[in-house]
Write a protein of this length. Structure first.
Length: 234
């Protein structure tokens, strides 16, 4: 388990063991429905009891799962389950081993901060995580892992189909088309939000976002945009 600045004394565990379990993805996507279980149960073909039992498992205070997405030049995007009693949440953190602090992209909790990326960036990161080969290939686990911090007011016409395919690839066996539509309509805590492409990088217009001037330096805004964009270099 890599050292993550600010969490050195917390019970972090590598969450990679969770990713082959369809119930994990149903549980993880509760962040997108503000905790409403029904569409996820229908989409994944699971019971509410099974979903809630799994939620209790990944929310245990003595084990905080961390799932990590490698980016370019040694950068990593960590998804950290912050299982504090009464103050639980999900931290999406950009880091590199030589940094003394992480850069927060989003937090999903009661006092949410985000969004963390737009639809084209979600596609770009999932594409970079996929095996080399088809230019259209996306890594479904990376896609769903970062889906809770995606928000975009300008989605393409095939967004529902793309998301439904990612859900199916991660074990959803129920009404994936209907679930995809719900997830893209709600878009987590903040709903669909516009983005602006500027010389300093891509900037969210949400007042809750970290990726905007005053919350992130101009240099870091540009670096984040490069890391999450199609080129992936920073």
């Amino acid at each position: 388990m890599p050292v993550i600045p600010g969490y050195e004394d917390d019970p972090l565990v590598d969450g990679a063991y969770l990713t082959d379990e369809p119930l994990f993805w149903a549980c993880h996507l509760l962040q997108c429905t503000n905790g409403v279980e029904e569409p996820l149960c229908a989409g994944f073909g699971v019971s509410k009891d099974d979903l809630l039992q799994f939620f209790e498992r990944v929310s245990a205070q003595h084990r905080w799962p961390v799932l990590s997405v490698p980016l370019s030049a040694g950068h990593v995007l960590h998804v950290l389950y912050r299982n504090l009693p009464g103050e639980g949440g999900y931290d999406y953190l950009l880091h590199r081993p030589d940094w003394t602090a992480t850069v927060p992209l989003a937090r999903v909790e009661g006092c949410f901060r985000g969004p963390g990326l737009c639809w084209p960036e979600l596609l770009a990161v999932a594409h970079k995580a996929a095996e080399a080969g088809s230019a259209a290939r996306l890594d479904p686990q990376t896609f769903l892992l970062l889906m809770p911090i995606m928000s975009d007011a300008d989605l393409p016409e095939d967004a529902d189909d793309v998301l439904a395919a990612m859900l199916t690839a991660c074990g959803a066996t129920g009404e994936t088309g209907a679930l995809a539509r719900i997830l893209l309509e709600e878009q987590s805590c903040w709903g669909p939000q516009p983005w602006t492409l500027t010389p300093a990088g891509r900037i969210s217009e949400s007042r809750y976002a970290f990726r905007r001037p005053g919350e992130m330096s101009s240099d870091m805004l540009a670096q984040v945009s490069l890391l999450l964009g199609p080129g992936g270099n920073a």
